[in-house]
Design a protein around this ligand. Structure first.
Ligand code: FNR
Length: 185
């Protein structure tokens, strides 16, 4: 059975390195894994519980359908101010409701990220893991992809061109496939 994975990028920027990293994952995924990248994250409004109580706006329903239609989630995100970029945290907040019936509940997930600086997105990644406690979203523990000094690893179109990093992404996705299999049935 093919593994359908919902790919989510925490950066809306056209030339985003993290978008490039996720595009590389699409290319390098095992033959039985299909990763789709969500392209409408920026259309999701700021979380408002009054709005949620009246019913999800269409853009939120669209995102939730995207997540629920996949067996697993793959996030590629930058770190903003030592934390999770607001657009991504906001999408996670919407997806986390209704509590107990969230599309994130008990889904396997993997998190990766890269930064031009030295941090490698590790703090943002840990913050996402914390958010996933409540929804019991099973974020893969090892291996990790947290890439510092990332700019030279990509070309002018944000394509990941560094061969070592590409191999690392390939192995990461093989491990992710095995991680997802643990949660089947
Ligand atoms: C950043 N950047 C950044 N980098 C980092 O390693 N730790 C951080 O806390 C921050 N904080 C931060 C805040 C804001 C508002 C911006 C715009 C940027 C730099 C960031 O890693 C860099 O811009 C990346 O290139 C963003 O990722 P994408 O868009 O290339 O995927």
């Amino acid at each position: 059975m093919a593994i359908r994975v919902a790919g989510i990028v925490g950066s809306l920027r056209e030339g985003s390195l993290n978008k490039g990293l996720l595009r590389a994952a699409v290319e390098l995924a095992p033959a039985d894994m299909e990763i789709d990248i969500y392209s409408r994250l920026g259309a999701i409004p700021p979380y408002n519980d009054d709005v949620f109580q009246k019913g999800d706006p269409p853009t939120v329903a669209d995102f939730k359908n995207f997540v629920s239609g996949a067996e697993a989630i793959l996030i590629s995100t930058p770190e903003y101010n030592y934390g999770v970029p607001g657009v991504l945290k906001n999408a996670i907040d919407w997806a986390s409701r209704p509590a107990g019936k969230s599309v994130l509940n008990r889904k396997p997930a993997a998190i990766m990220g890269c930064s031009p600086g030295l941090g490698g997105t590790i703090r943002a990644q840990h913050a996402i893991r914390q958010s996933f406690v409540f929804t019991e979203t099973h974020a893969m523990l090892q291996p990790e992809i947290k890439i510092p000094s990332a700019a030279p690893l990509f070309d002018g179109s944000s394509k990941l061109i560094d061969e070592n990093t590409r191999q690392h992404v390939k192995k990461f996705l093989e491990a992710f496939a095995a991680w997802i299999a643990r949660f089947r049935n």
